[in-house]
Design a protein around this ligand. Structure first.
Ligand code: URA
Length: 272
């Protein structure tokens, strides 16, 4: 709604104030450091006044910010990224014991409200989705609509067809039976598995791909242990419509336009 459309008795919408350099970075003007440089160079105005103080705050919805006289358009759309989570990092945005968390690896400063959708165990690697859209997260994790998640597991022992069949039909775990899954033995020398599992070197092990539609605690490890194949290493390669691809371990990337469109179909909000 523009100023002209607003009735006199309607207050202008307001947002939580944020640091000006964060606002600039979030709006795609420059990196956080680049935005700070723009400010200290006197090139940034807020409501017509030049602001050089790095701690200054703005309300993204109410304040008019310009750089070199050009207005900065606030991007209020939700932000999503995928991380290839490394081993040894907790899937939480804050740990009271101060251990490393995924928040150390993603740009939460530029994107306040960013959080991870679901969890991976500390020793599990792979695709973890982050979003600022709580409705989307709920839709992705809702038990009635849980999205497929595909894992590659290095397991002990030689996996045979009966074990795959049991995984596919559903396993009775101590918290109830699992829904049918998809399971296959990954061909020896499969490039994806080789890249992920290289160097783990357990003789007699197997590499299995398992796709599940639920999100119970340690589910994949418990399912594979239940058929006699404890997991040595676990890596998630897909989550709903998203594929990890060759994103290096420990790095993140913003979702592409195509991926955003796929999430738009899932989020009750829709994006424009
Ligand atoms: N299942 C597990 O056992 N661990 C994970 O991290 C994810 C799924």
């Amino acid at each position: 709604m523009g100023e002209a459309d607003r009735r006199p008795d309607q207050a202008a919408p307001r947002a939580v104030p944020m640091r000006l350099q964060r606002f600039l970075a979030r709006s795609g003007v420059a990196s956080r450091r680049g935005s700070e440089n723009l400010m200290t160079a006197g090139r940034v105005q807020v409501n017509g006044l030049t602001v050089t103080e790095l701690g200054s705050k703005v309300d993204p919805l109410a304040d008019v910010v310009t750089v070199d006289g050009r207005p900065v358009v606030w991007d209020a759309r939700p932000f999503h990224l995928m991380l290839n989570k490394p081993v040894g990092v907790l899937s939480t945005m804050k740990d009271p014991k101060g251990r490393p968390t995924v928040a150390d690896l993603v740009p939460v400063g530029e994107h306040p409200g960013l959080f991870c959708v679901g969890r991976l165990d500390r020793d599990t690697t792979g695709l973890l989705l982050f979003t600022t859209d709580g409705d989307l997260a709920q839709a992705l994790l809702h038990p009635s609509r849980e999205k497929a998640k595909r894992y590659i597991a290095l397991v002990e022992g030689t996996v045979r067809a009966e074990a795959l069949r049991a995984l596919e039909e559903g396993i009775v775990l101590d918290d109830g039976p699992t829904a049918p899954a998809r399971a296959r033995i990954v061909a020896a020398g499969d490039p994806e598995a080789a890249a992920v599992l290289e160097g783990s070197g357990r003789p007699g092990g197997s590499i299995v791909e398992l796709e599940i539609h639920e999100g119970r605690k340690h589910q994949v490890k418990r399912m594979l242990a239940a058929v006699g194949h404890p997991v040595a290493r676990l890596h998630r390669v897909s989550f709903g419509p998203l594929e990890l691809g060759d994103l290096p371990l420990g790095t993140w990337r913003e979702l592409t336009g195509g991926e955003r469109a796929l999430l738009e179909e899932i989020s009750p909000r829709g994006y424009h």
